[in-house]
Design a protein around this ligand. Structure first.
Ligand code: EPU
Length: 338
């Protein structure tokens, strides 16, 4: 392990923001991770995984710990299921492709989500009717203060919409080192194809009995058509969460905007797509210098090249303010702002 100084983080965050780490260390094993933590028990740390859900608005003075633990191992298998332990530093999409190649089902709807396996539980990644929690068994995490490795069951993780214990009580206290997932084997897959865009893609390709690869291909095509590839245009996926409003607010909203899309979360809670609100507020495809709103999906903020994190943040604040003024609805960032 080597501590590097004044290292650019441009290649380590999908927004492509050129901030610097005062100190940077890469760990590739759990024992190295424990060693680093024990050497600096009380000093603040900046944990870096896939860098896909963060906006850097300044240089980082805390030690940046780049978590690069790799490996996929089989924990158990029977005729219908396989349980895999995946190390935190594995790239999420490459892991999904590994599952497709081995015909392991359950994560195909989560194809092409940027980021690493270790950060997937933190915000319970989700897309096209599936969330990580649907296949999640447990994860291991090292407690920063004690360096003890602990197992978190699915219940212990308290998963919710883009939420888990790691965004609440456990925030900043643990480093997830591996995730254990239970997947289906051939003949036992249960497909989630109810999402309209997936149905359209399968129908267009005249596929009646899809394989998990067909679903993955459909999801990849949908995402590519709407969401920019971070390698070509810096971004962090959905920048805001879809707001959830109560029944009374929804009633008023629906009268004024009968055409607005919505999902009923419960009889008293309604989720409104933030992308729709932002588009209606006139921001889709707009830019302020190199900070912009994606032309095909208003929920995604993009870096056209030379934007600073602060420029993107100023644009986000302006969007938040306009949406609040127009609709009376507060939209909260999904990405972590540093
Ligand atoms: N919409 C607009 N204008 C836009 C964008 C969306 O009017 O610019 C409307 C769409 O027409 C549609 C509705 O909003 O009626 C919902 O749009 P979409 O199906 O694209 O999904 P989303 O709510 O914008 C969520 C997730 C995505 C995930 C998709 C598909 C959140 C914050 N985002 O987006 O997740 O891929 O559903 O399941 O929940 C991510 O987290 O990075 C991400 C991309």
């Amino acid at each position: 392990m080597q501590i590097e100084e004044n290292k650019s983080l441009k290649e380590f965050n999908t927004f492509g923001i050129d901030c610097k780490a005062r100190y940077f260390v890469e760990v590739t094993t759990t024992s190295d991770l424990r060693k680093v933590l024990s050497m600096r028990p009380n000093e603040p740390l900046f944990i870096l995984g896939g860098g896909s859900n963060m906006l850097l608005t300044q240089d980082i003075n805390d030690l940046v710990l780049y978590l690069n633990l790799k490996g996929i191992s089989k924990v158990s298998e029977d005729k219908d299921h396989v349980t895999l332990k995946v190390m935190a530093g594995e790239n999420w999409h490459e892991f999904v492709m590994y599952c497709i190649d081995h015909d392991y089902g359950g994560v195909e709807n989560l194809s092409l989500i940027p980021g690493n396996v270790g950060t997937a539980p933190i915000q319970n990644i989700g897309a096209y009717g599936v969330e990580l929690k649907d296949v999640f068994e447990s994860c291991n995490a090292v407690e920063i203060a004690t360096q003890v490795e602990k197992e978190f069951s699915k219940t212990a993780c308290q998963f919710g919409y883009r939420n888990s214990i790691f965004k609440n009580e456990a925030k900043g206290k643990y480093i997830i080192t591996s995730v254990t997932l239970r997947l289906t084997k051939q003949g036992n897959h249960s497909f989630s194809t109810s999402y309209g865009a997936i149905q359209e893609k399968l129908a267009a390709a005249q596929i009646e009995t899809p394989t998990i690869k067909d679903i993955s291909d459909a999801v990849i095509a949908i995402r590519r058509s709407k969401l920019p590839d971070p390698k070509e245009l810096g971004n962090s996926g959905s920048f805001f969460k879809n707001p959830i409003i109560d029944a009374e607010a929804f009633k008023g909203f629906r009268i004024t905007y009968p055409e607005a899309p919505f999902y009923e979360v419960s009889p008293t809670e309604f989720k409104i797509p933030a992308g729709w609100l932002i588009e209606q507020a006139g921001f889709k495809g707009q830019r302020m210098g190199d900070a912009g709103v994606h032309k095909n999906q208003a929920l995604v903020l993009v870096n056209h090249g030379g934007a600073s994190g602060n420029e993107i943040w100023q644009l986000a604040l302006q969007i938040q303010k306009s949406v609040k003024e127009k609709f009376g609805i507060y939209i909260e960032p999904e990405v972590n702002i540093f």
